[in-house]
Design a protein around this ligand. Sequence first.
Ligand code: A3P
Length: 296
Amino acid sequence: FNFPETFSRPALFDFEGVSMINFFTDNWENIQNFKARPDDILVATYPKAGTTWVSYILDLLYFGNTAPERQTDLPIYMRVPFLEAVIPGLPSGVELADSLCTTPRLIKTHLPVQLVPKSFWEQNCRVVYVARNAKDNAVSYFHFDRMNMGQPDPVDWSTDLQKFKDGKKVFGPWYDHVCGYWEKKHTYSNIHYMFFEDMVEDTGREVERLCSFLGLSTPTEERDRITKGVHFDAMKQNNMINYSTVPLMDFKISPFMRKGKVGDWKNHFTVAQNEQFDEHYKQRMKNTTLQFRTQI
Ligand code: A3P
């Protein structure tokens, strides 16, 4: 990192109808013109839904055995470029992705489905989408924005929860994001839609389902090894995975691998906040078949 000494949190603005910050729009032309390859795998999520977890699983499935130095020397954000990111002191996500010489390329995005570069669809790339229930997602995003100086200031929990409901978090409304990719499945079959709650409930089963989507015949023992390796505690300890190398993040405020639980929202929502949230949620989600679990 070649990180600027003075830094202030970025401002939120409307970008093509979505709340954004300049770190994800500055490179827009190159992002939209990005040339995907047919074997690229796009990991798409709303922020804090389990992006790093699934990225690491994919990385181990494809490169766990063949490239040991990748595991010891290369942080996850270098292995799986964040397509739309232009972070001070780092090559842009597009530059990183273009420079990858592995096959397949694993590429991460938080863009809502309508803003994904069209090349991914034209090349019929595989898309792995991870969704997390709104309440835990909102809590995780709040703590992330507290500790990440590259994000707008969340102020306090109740202010931030209101922003979440209003779609004023970076990458826009959670509701449109999860529903957008869910609906996309009707017209584009190469999406594997996963749930954070299912991964917590039975990681091994989800790894197996992922392999079957990807057409991988990874042996059971290997899958078991990966399942153990991606346990929350193992990832939290792993400096190549836990984002401890990113100077923008202040782990004294909150670690990147924070709790990794389903249902932590119960420690944050007041009874009133919960009732109001449920009411608003019902309205926002009334036209979808998509269902989430807020506890397991
Ligand atoms: P919490 O803040 O609730 O702990 P992303 O990678 O999309 O930014 O998501 C981060 C969230 O996923 C954090 O949630 C993090 O702890 C959780 N997470 C990451 N790896 C995990 C794992 N192996 N098991 C459970 N949760 C995990």
